[in-house]
Every structure is written in C-alpha cells, then in structure tokens.
Ligand binder design. Structure first.
Ligand code: PA5
Length: 349
C-alpha cells in the first residue's frame, strides 16, 4: 500500500505527506519570518514559552537546543497560568498557530499583567490582534496549515530571537545547511522512495499493530520522543508512549518487568552522535536486561551536521513514520476531530 501513490493520495486527501516533505523549506521560511523580530530591550533572566500541542512542542525543542549553552533557563508552559517568578525580566513567548487557543491566550494575558517582555508567534487569530493592540512583538507565519505541520515555521522564529539574544550560535549559513539536510532526507523518506529502500516506510510497517513506545537516549532527543508520540497520536490515530533515558531507568523498567502485555509494545530508541558513553551504556544494559520483553526494539540515528539538524532529522523521520502508519491503518493523517470536538465543547461551556 505504501508504494501505491493512488492509495496514499486517496487516504491522505488533505496532503499531510506533502507538508512533511516541505519541512526543510519551512525551516528556511520560519527563520526568514523573524528577520526583523526584535530581541527584548532590557535584561532577561528567564524565558517562558507558552503553547499547546503542535504549537507547544516548538518550545520543548527550543529548550533542548538552548540547554547546552544558554546562561538563562528556558521553561515550557503548557497551561493557562504562569509560574509566579514571571516578571519584568522574563521573556514570555506565546506561540499558537491558530492564535485562538484558550490556554495560550490566558497565559499571554497573564504575562502582560506580570509586566513581562512579550512576543507572539502565530498565523493570526486573537493572539495576533491582541499583540498588535498592545504593541508586543509579533512574528506572523503563513496561515491555513494543520498546526503540527507548521512546526518549523513556529520553532525557527524562537531560535532566531534566541540567537539575537546570544543564547545560541546560529547563523544564516547554519540554517541553510540544516534546511538542505532536511530536504535531502525528505527525498530519502518521501512517498516516491519505495519501501525496500525507505527507512520511514519500513519503520511504519514495523510499528503497525504494535503499541509504540519512543525513548530518547539523551536530553537533545527528549522532546523529539514527545513529538513522535504526539504525531503518532494525531496523524496515525493511535495511543503511544514516550520517555527518556536516564529517567526511564528509575520507573518504566519496573513496568516492563511486571507487564503481562509487554510483548504488544514495540520500542524505538532515538540515538544521536552526541550521546555520551554513559548514555550508550544505559541503552545497551536496558535493552539486554529489560526491553527484550517487548515485541521488538530498535535504535534509529539522527543525521546531519550540528545539533539542530540532527534533532530535526529525527523529528522529520517520526513525522513521515506517523503518516505512513496512518496509511497502513487506513486513516487520513490530517483531521483531528477529537481535538476539534473538545475545543468546541469547551468553548460552548
Ligand atoms: O495539532 C494540533 O492541531 C493541536 O495539537 C494544536 O496545535 C493545539 O490544539 C493548539 O492549537 P494551536 O496550535 O492553534 O495553538
């Protein structure tokens, strides 16, 4: 089925796979969108990214990208309220693709009341309107996409603002190289490449019928494991689990030990060339001792030069896998009716 373009086009009627294939160009577009975004004027001692779902995951990726070098903490806030420390030396970035997400709007309003420096990243909606009325910095990205497919458009402006604040070294050339790597990988994993030589299609076939568990071997890939989980939820319409070493060695392993249905789970471990010797040892020992009870377990490796490209290469792989798994399950990856229903009911209540 995965090598039949007509069957794929029929199921993926709204073109999610084509959007995944545009990940590389969207990285460049997202970077360009924030060319004129100002860095906050005063002294900033912490960054809080507010966003939910497909708009919040960019904050998780930003936090992981900044962690090795940033002198100030980055916190991702996925709720409608802010931590009490937020004040005039905090930069709050409200990120909502639609601009209409209740929790993000509430957190954005709270940031204004707290006197924080505020920036908004959105395609429009109430967030764009409020930000313009208040004179906050706004980065506007193209409208009309499923929020999760716009991840590069939402993440790259945050990275550009962070680069302007000298929290990360990232120049135009790095971004161009990253976009090119992702473009090459999109060809390797795209629908035109047959199953026998397509890693993403192969992984989708492996996961088909299993309960997917995605583990990150080290902190850089921790948010990527979450992205795989959420893309498997929203695109493939399956339940999925994620976690990260070394923490999973302090809890999940007991579950694996005791679970009567361990053989229904398939584990994917996200690996990166930056994983240290201790990370590799934890993975090896846990695989041998515990994960042998799963239906299967494999390690997938990042690709590209530099932490950003490597991190995003694994995001892209998971995005493709989730679409192919949707195909194998006979579901359209784009609609998220359960989310729409929930939002409508909450708005009406
Ligand atoms: O993928 C999705 O559609 C959701 O996870 C949304 O991103 C989430 O509901 C938040 O909406 P928005 O991204 O418009 O703020």
């Amino acid at each position: 089925m995965l090598d039949d373009p007509r069957a794929i086009a029929h199921l993926d009627s709204r073109g999610m796979l084509a959007l995944v294939g545009r990940f590389g160009p969207m990285v460049a577009d997202g970077w360009a969108a924030a060319r004129d975004a100002p860095a906050p004027a005063g002294r900033i001692s912490a960054i809080v990214i507010c966003g939910m779902g497909g708009s919040g995951i960019g904050g998780d990726l930003l936090r992981a990208a900044l962690a090795p070098a940033s002198p100030i903490p980055v916190l991702v806030n996925k709720s409608d309220r802010l931590p009490a420390f937020v004040g005039s030396s905090t930069l709050v970035v409200a990120c909502s693709y639609s601009g209409n997400t209740e929790e993000t709007l509430a957190a954005y309003d709270a940031a204004g009341r707290a006197g924080a420096a505020v920036a908004a990243i959105t395609s429009g909606g109430a967030l764009a309107t409020r930000a313009r009325e208040r004179g906050d910095a706004v980065v506007t990205v193209p409208t009309g996409l499923p929020p999760r497919s716009a991840l590069p458009l939402l993440l790259m402006p945050m990275l550009r603002i962070a680069a302007k604040m000298r929290l990360i070294e990232l120049a135009d050339a790095d971004v161009e190289r990253t976009a090119a790597t992702l473009g090459r990988l999109a060809d390797e994993w795209g629908p035109a490449r047959p199953l026998r030589e397509n890693h993403a299609k192969g992984l989708a076939q492996t996961l088909h019928g299993a309960r997917p568990v995605i583990y990150a071997a080290s902190p850089l890939t921790e948010p990527v494991a979450l992205r795989w989980k959420t893309q498997l939820n929203e695109n493939s319409k399956v339940l999925a689990w994620c976690g990260a070493f070394p923490e999973l060695g302090h809890n999940d392993v007991v579950g694996w030990d005791g679970a009567g249905d361990a053989a229904s789970y398939h584990v994917v471990i996200l690996r990166d060339e930056g994983d240290g010797a201790a990370d590799a040892r934890r993975v090896a020992v846990t695989r041998d001792g515990i994960l042998g009870r799963a239906r299967g377990c494999e390690e997938v490796w990042s690709a590209g030069t530099g932490p950003l490209a490597r991190m995003l290469s694994l995001v892209l792989l998971g995005d493709f896998v989730s679409c192919y798994l949707a195909g194998l399950r006979g579901v359209d990856p784009t609609p998220v009716e359960a989310i729409d229903r929930l939002k409508a009911r909450l708005a009406g209540a």
